[in-house]
Design a protein around this ligand. Structure first.
Ligand SMILES: *Cc1c(COP(=O)(O)O)cnc(C)c1O
Length: 291
């Protein structure tokens, strides 16, 4: 199982010299770390499954990636989310519109019964005898490891080629699945991340459900609330774009703010793994425009 390695590009931003691993270019819809996390599913025989079930936010990058995967494989995709806001339903845009176009079957539940609906989902899944696969929110499951290891192998080959022996790899975290498996697969490197969702304690709990939190994983502090609009984040997004690479507004901007703040504490060469998700910018930019 392999795919063509994505490029390593030199990048300079506000006085930091680094390289960017362009995982955003890996696939038009399954972008960045979602491709890595769903890698083993991409190599699953189409006949092995008929339905894939997942849940989460209605503009999530994982949702779009899974929709693209199911579209390619001919699998039915059932996605449970909280009731879609009226304005979005009336004028679909962003990941939501694209996922519906790819055939996603959306199961809307009122916010107050969302948690109960997820418990039901897990329980009924355990009893289903048909060929259904449940992918937890954000693709946070042990099956994600193999694809992240392939990314680690590309990084190791690049280090050897460039003669780099001291490397810090930066990538933002939601569930922490990518950063943690990356750190575990690259024990010779340091991995720095930010807890974009819910803070460091929540992040460590999420990771611990999959593997022991790696010693070489460092969580940099951040003060931004998840997916909330902040002028500083929009500003860094625009500056990065001007510098030559578009990043996502929700995760990458928070990682970059932390890198700028903690750059002096990072020794050796720096590699930023682009985690994709640029497709989600349409809906975030619309929110910024409404402010
Ligand atoms: C999903 C996502 C993340 C978070 O990945 P985890 O493996 O859940 O930590 C980071 N960046 C972007 C752009 C994403 O879409």
């Amino acid at each position: 199982m392999h795919c063509d390695p994505t490029p390593f590009e030199p990048f300079r931003f506000r006085g930091i010299d680094l390289h960017v691993k362009r995982d955003d270019l890996i696939h038009p819809l399954l972008s960045g770390n979602k491709y890595r996390k769903l890698f083993s599913r991409l190599h699953t025989d189409p006949g092995a499954i008929d339905t894939l079930v997942s849940y989460g936010g209605v503009q999530s990058n994982a949702m779009l990636s899974i929709a693209a995967l199911c579209h390619e494989k001919g699998w039915r995709f059932e996605y449970t989310a909280k009731t879609v806001p009226e304005h979005l339903k009336a004028n679909p845009y962003g990941n939501y519109a694209q996922a519906l176009d790819l055939g996603m079957y959306l199961v809307e539940v009122p916010p107050r019964s969302y948690d109960a609906a997820l418990s039901d989902l897990r329980e009924s899944y355990g009893m289903r005898a048909d060929k259904t696969l449940l992918v937890p929110q954000g693709g946070a499951d042990p099956a994600a490891r193999i694809g992240v290891e392939a990314l680690a192998d590309e990084i190791r080959a690049w280090m050897k080629d460039k003669g780099i022996d001291r490397l810090t790899v930066a990538t933002p975290s939601g569930t922490g699945t990518t950063a943690a498996y990356l750190a575990a697969s690259l024990p010779e490197c340091h991995v720095v991340t930010v807890a974009a969702v819910g803070g460091p304690t929540y992040l460590k709990t999420q990771i611990s459900a999959l593997l022991p939190v790696p010693k070489n994983l460092r969580i940099l502090p951040t003060r931004f609330r998840f997916a909330a609009p902040y002028p500083e984040l929009l500003n860094v997004y625009e500056a990065l774009k001007t510098a030559g690479i578009e990043f996502d507004l929700v995760y990458a901007t928070v990682m970059w703010m932390a890198l700028l703040e903690y750059r002096d504490t990072i020794k050796g060469a720096l590699l930023y793994v682009h985690s994709g998700g640029v497709g989600g910018n349409e809906s975030m930019l619309a929110r910024y425009a409404r402010l």
